[in-house]
Design a protein around this ligand. Structure first.
Ligand SMILES: *[C@@H]1O[C@H](CO)[C@@H](O)[C@H](O)[C@H]1NC(C)=O
Ligand SMILES: *[C@@H]1O[C@H](CO)[C@@H](O)[C@H](O)[C@H]1NC(C)=O
Length: 861
């Protein structure tokens, strides 16, 4: 017990129980008050400065003057003067804020004491001021927040101790209880420890789910019992720790995407996405193709992490129009989900049309009418829609068109009339184009040949062909080549040449010329004689090999050219073998006396027949001359007695051909006044000549005899036969035809000249020779030996010769001719019997004699 004055005592501490202390308080204070004037006051803490604590003067029973005179003052051991004495009023006021908790902490009751000293006399009064608690503190937590990491797998009943709160107030003002903010998972349990300190813990009542509430923000509230009540709060943050309790989930059950075909590798297709409600590594999802169609899966590639799908192979719409990929999502804990990706392939125009031939004619006939089908083609395009929509046309200008009656099938048909001769083949190019963008096209070329139809006749380049050929040509000589052209082909263009049958001079043309049917070469069949025929005019037909054949014709003219193949023929004076003819010149003849006229003809024509006469030899050159143009022999001087009676002149007659041909004639002239004189002279003409003549005579005679014997034999045989035939009288009515005959050795005579004695009577007469005409006429009266082995035609020529040469009233005339046994032809005119032997060489063929001097015909046969 230390209740008393103690200068050293700053603070009185009560270490007794509550009731005990209270009791002591009353006892002590009344003691002090009474003994030493001890007074007590009780005030709440935290009063304002200047607040009245108590009236000390009154309580001590002192008047204010005493206080003033006693210089009352407060003495305190405390460092802080909480109270102040207002001596003038005798009251105590609060000088400094009084915090009970600061002054006493948890001690109750809480008071402080001080002394008031008075002087004159000295008095000492103890004053104690008790401070009562007011609820001026809230419960406070040691930490500002309380964090927990709790796995969502934590089970119900798990406990978590919470931070506890402090409240410096005492008594009812101290901490009373805790509250936990509203939540679904935790409840609060409160406890007190041995010292009476209250603390709390959370108990998990319902398991946590991070996926629904990853964080819980709770508040722990501590309240005291004061009035008004104070509280303190602390945040309790609960982080829910993840557990892999969720499988990944795709955000779509089916993913749809489209991709163009032929898209390059690594083209992005689509992205799949799956979410995992878990956190952290538990939420890491990887993507995979489901096992299964590995071929399909190899076409695509999926990024396992991002879920992006790319193209990994070749996408061909024509193979697959749609892909369905099954995919899985997997988290780290092996939980999975599955979905599928449907990828549609977009068609691209990547396939050109394909043209294929269904049928195609190799060749179409040129006369096919427009609209003839020459081929059928099929056109396909693997693409779809517009990309596979194909249209066809023909490129360039050809007379064909294309027509479709059936989808994808096209007919190639002719569009106009065709002509193989102008265009023999066509290349038909068909272009097929699809409707894609850009369009693709294909080309195909078909070669179509036109087959020939015989629609063109062969034609010659000229309307008339003409050619020249020299007479005396060798048979077989090519004269001319005809060429006909036929624009058709093959057999239709194979031209052949045919001679149109006509008669030339009574014989068919084929006896004159022939044509090579294939080559068109015209050849002479025989040797031509200009003197006989001067030109040939005939028609050649050309014909092709078509069916029916077409033909045309052309006129061919062959002109035969003259050659100098005939020597001049001396008509007068007649050259006889035996007899000697002499012209008489009277010795009295004057200069320029016309002795005679050499008459010659040349059957050739033109220059070849232009004759000139020359004196070649003469007994007396000075006596005679020959007119070079007219052949007149005249005296050029007076005939004298000295001139020989016998004069012999050799005159040469030349034509003007190249080379020229000539003939000589011997003219005997008798210079005499009387005939006997002449005779005497001419009997001794040179014997060499006579000898020659004799020799010729004997030869002819020998031949005649041989021939006579031969003919006699023939005649005997034939007579017998004739006799028999006469019996049947058939012979009389058989008019045997005259068969043209060529001597067997006809060809041997070629080159040597024409047949002899076939005259072209162009007699060259001088205008001034009337006299010579008379002479000539006289010569015509003589017997003429005529040799002609060939034909009756010759007879007429002979006759005409006579007619020209003789006087108009000449009795010479062919009366009748006939064949005898087809071997002999005999003709009798008034004075001469002519016998022609048609099948014996001409040298032996002819007998003729003057009727009357030779045996009569009956004798002859
Ligand atoms: C057709 O084509 C072929 C081959 O290309 C060629 O030889 C021929 O000359 C062509 N014909 C035509 C008429 O163009
Ligand atoms: C030649 O052609 C014409 C018409 O082209 C025809 O009348 C005639 O018969 C043909 N022959 C001859 C020999 O003219």
């Amino acid at each position: 017990m230390a209740c008393g004055i103690g200068p050293q005592s700053g603070r009185v501490k009560w270490r007794f129980g509550f009731t005990q202390n209270l009791l002591r308080y009353f006892l002590l204070c009344h003691l002090v008050f009474f003994v030493t004037g001890h007074i007590r006051y009780s005030i709440p803490e935290e009063m304002r400065k200047g607040s009245l604590i108590g009236n000390v003067a009154q309580d001590l029973g002192l008047d204010l003057k005493r206080l003033r005179s006693g210089r009352a003052r407060i003495v305190s051991a405390e460092s802080v003067q909480y109270v102040e004495l207002k001596a003038d009023k005798g009251i105590l006021t609060v000088k400094e804020r009084i915090d009970r908790e600061q002054l006493c902490g948890g001690t109750t009751p809480c008071s402080f004491s001080f002394e008031m000293i008075l002087e004159n006399p000295m008095e000492l009064h103890q004053i104690t001021v008790e401070i009562t608690d007011i609820n001026d503190h809230s419960p406070t937590f040691e930490t500002e927040k309380n964090n927990f990491d709790i796995s969502e797998s934590a089970t119900a009943g798990a406990r978590f101790s919470l931070t506890s709160a402090e409240d410096p107030d005492v008594g009812v003002n101290g901490l009373r209880e805790y509250f936990l903010s509203e939540n679904d998972n935790f409840i609060l349990k409160q406890h007190s420890n041995a010292e009476g300190k209250k603390y709390a813990e959370m108990v998990l009542e319902k398991p946590l789910d991070r996926e629904t509430k990853p964080n819980l923000f709770l508040k722990l509230i501590a309240v005291d019992g004061g009035t008004p009540q104070r509280s303190g709060t602390v945040n309790i943050n609960v982080v829910v720790l993840d557990v892999n309790d969720n499988a990944p989930v795709f955000n779509q059950t089916v993913y749809k995407a489209s991709v163009s075909e032929n898209a390059p590798k690594n083209t992005y297709v689509t992205t799949v996405n799956a979410s995992d409600a878990d956190f952290g590594s538990n939420s890491i999802v990887t993507f995979h193709f489901s096992d299964g169609n590995s071929a399909l899966n190899s076409l695509f590639r999926m990024d396992q992490i991002s879920g992006m799908i790319y193209i990994n192979g070749e996408i061909d719409y024509e193979k697959d129009k749609k892909f369905e990929l099954r995919i899985n999502a997997k988290d780290q804990g092996g939980l999975t989900d599955s979905s599928k990706v449907v990828i549609e392939v977009i068609d691209l125009n990547d396939n050109p049309p394909v043209i294929s031939v269904m049928s195609f004619t190799d060749a179409v006939s040129e006369d096919s009418p427009p609209g003839t089908t020459v081929g059928i083609i099929n056109v396909k395009d693997l693409d779809s829609a517009d990309n596979g929509q194909v249209s066809c046309k023909i490129e360039g200008t050809v007379p064909f068109k294309i027509k479709s009656n059936l989808k994808n099938y096209y007919n190639l048909i002719t569009d106009s009339v065709l002509d193989r001769e102008s265009v023999s083949e066509y290349n038909i190019t068909v272009v097929a184009t699809d409707a894609g963008i850009p369009p693709l096209s294909a080309k195909s070329t078909f070669n179509l040949k036109l087959s020939d139809v015989n629609d063109n006749a062969p034609t010659f380049s000229q309307n008339v062909y003409s050619a020249f050929i020299k007479e005396n040509n060798s048979p077989g000589l090519s004269v001319l080549t005809l060429i006909a052209k036929d624009p058709d082909a093959n057999q239709n263009a194979r031209v052949s040449y045919i001679l149109e049958d006509i008669n030339v001079g009574g014989s068919p043309i084929s006896e004159y010329v022939s044509i090579n049917a294939a080559s068109g070469v015209i050849q002479a069949v025989r040797s031509f004689d200009y003197e006989q025929i001067k030109e040939l005019l005939f028609v050649v037909k050309t014909q092709d090999g078509g069916s029916p054949p077409l033909s045309s014709n052309v006129t061919v003219k062959i002109l035969i050219q003259d050659q100098n193949d005939n020597p001049p023929q001396v008509l007068y004076p007649v050259q006889t073998g035996g007899s000697v003819v002499a012209e008489m010149v009277p010795r009295s003849a004057d200069v320029g006396y016309l002795v005679t006229k050499v008459v010659a003809v040349d059957v050739d024509s033109g220059q070849n027949a232009w004759l000139s006469y020359k004196l070649q030899k003469a007994t007396d050159r000075a006596l005679f001359e020959v007119g070079s143009q007219n052949g007149e022999i005249r005296t050029i001087r007076q005939v004298t007695d000295k001139d020989a009676v016998k004069q012999r002149l050799t005159v040469i007659v030349e034509d003007n051909g190249q080379p020229s041909r000539s003939a000589t004639v011997i003219v005997n002239v008798a210079v005499a006044d009387s005939f006997p004189e002449v005779l005497s002279e001419f009997t001794d003409f040179p014997h060499d000549k006579e000898y020659n003549d004799n020799l010729t005579f004997y030869l002819v005679l020998a031949l005649a005899v041989v021939s006579f014997l031969f003919i006699t034999c023939l005649v005997v045989i034939i007579s017998v036969k004739i006799y028999r035939w006469r019996q049947s009288r058939i012979l009389y009515h058989s008019n045997l035809p005259v068969i043209p005959y060529y001597p067997p050795r006809y060809s041997d005579t070629l080159g040597t000249g024409t047949l002899p004695h076939v005259y072209n009577y162009e007699v060259c007469r001088t205008t001034d020779s009337r006299k010579s005409d008379n002479k000539f006429g006289g010569a015509g009266g003589q017997n003429v030996l005529i040799m002609d082995p060939s034909s009756t035609g010759t007879m007429q020529l002979i006759q005409s010769e006579k007619n020209i040469l003789d006087e108009p009233d000449s009795p010479l005339e062919v009366s009748s001719c006939d064949y005898y046994q087809r071997a002999f032809l005999y003709c009798i005119d008034e004075s001469i019997l002519h016998v022609y032997m048609s099948n014996i060489d001409m040298a032996f063929a002819v007998f003729s004699t003057t009727v009357g001097t030779a045996p009569v015909l009956s004798d002859f046969f």
